[in-house]
Structures are given as C-alpha cells and as structure tokens.
Write a protein that binds this ligand. Structure first.
Ligand code: S3P
Length: 173
C-alpha cells in the first residue's frame, strides 16, 4: 500500500508520515526533500531562482517517479501537490494508493506557521500574524476542493503525532 498524506503547510504531514512509517515498518519519503535532492538545491532557492511553475512541474515528475518505484511507502506530499492539474483525481484513482487529508484548523496552522515563515517560500513575504491568518484562510478555501477529494480525512487539532499515526493505522488495517 502507498499511503499519501496531504494537507496544508503546517498540518504535520512529514512528522506524522515519519511516525506512521516507523509503526508500519514502511519506507518514509518526504516529497519536498525528494525534489530538493533531485534538483540539488533547497526548495527556497528553487522557488527564488526558477519560480513556482518550474517547481510544480518537478513536483509532479518526482511524485510520478516515486509512485512507480515503490509498492509500500508512506509519502508526505507538499501542501500544494494535490492542487495542480489533475493530480488529485489521478491519485485517488490509482490502484494501491490511499490518500489521507490531515485537516487542521486555521488557528492551528497559523500558530505553527508563524515561527517558520522565513523558511517557507509561499509565505516568506508575510511579517504579520493577522495577514498570515488572512492568507491561510483564503488559500485553504481555494485548496479545500482538492483536499476533500482524499479517501480519508483526519482532524489533527490538539492531537499528538503518535495519536494521529495510531488513528491512521486503525483506519486502514
Ligand atoms: C507548498 C508547501 C510546501 C512546499 C512548497 C509549496 C504549498 O510543502 O511543497 O513550499 O504550495 O503549500 P509543506 O506543506 O510540506 O510545507
């Protein structure tokens, strides 16, 4: 089984995927890290030098390659991965792939993202928490259409990483 975690920046995709991979003894892959390795450059630099469209093309290519290459994996997608082209539709129809949306409240996301804004290309220009909240609210509204196509949805607010991973295990096995 290929378990794909999706959700907004700061929803905990990578940490939960890592924990889940440990519990299930599946390999763990973080898509952002895989893109960064493939391009031999940090994501921030990639966005700055080549722009978002180039990043989205590489994101789709690297994801395609990873899905072809593994039978069992826990894969943390990037926040925007399912929201471009027909990727989400393809993922939900692909045999052996299970998509799980980590659903977090705007407040949870902004609290987590506020301290990490400088490392995240899409929000690095924001300096104020109110502006961040507004940005996240609008962005999430646009992306919800894609996120809600996932096979499963898990609320992550006020839950520990271990609890969320256990919930996923109970859901799938
Ligand atoms: C993005 C989220 C990031 C990364 C890139 C774009 C997005 O991943 O892929 O900065 O469009 O939401 P995380 O959600 O892992 O931070």
């Amino acid at each position: 089984m290929k378990i794909l975690l999706l959700g907004y920046m700061g929803s905990g995709k990578s940490v939960v995927a890592k924990q889940l991979s440990k519990v299930l003894q599946y390999p763990f892959i973080d898509l952002d890290t895989a893109i960064s390795k493939d391009q031999n450059i940090s994501l921030k630099q990639l966005f700055e030098t080549k722009g978002e469209i180039y990043f989205r093309e590489k994101e789709a290519l690297v994801l395609h390659r990873l899905l072809k290459g593994s039978d069992t994996v826990v894969l943390a997608l990037g926040g925007g991965t399912p929201c471009y082209g027909d990727l989400m539709q393809k993922l939900t129809q692909q045999e052996g792939v299970v998509t799980i949306y980590l659903d977090a409240k705007i407040e949870t996301l902004t609290d987590r993202l506020f301290s990490q804004m400088h490392t995240r290309p899409l929000i690095s220009h924001i300096s104020d928490k109110e502006i961040l909240t507004d940005f996240v609210r609008k962005h999430l509204f646009e992306r919800n259409f894609y996120y809600h196509q996932a096979h499963h949805k898990i609320s992550v607010d006020q839950k520990s990483v271990k609890e969320i991973a256990q919930e996923i295990v109970a859901l799938l096995f």
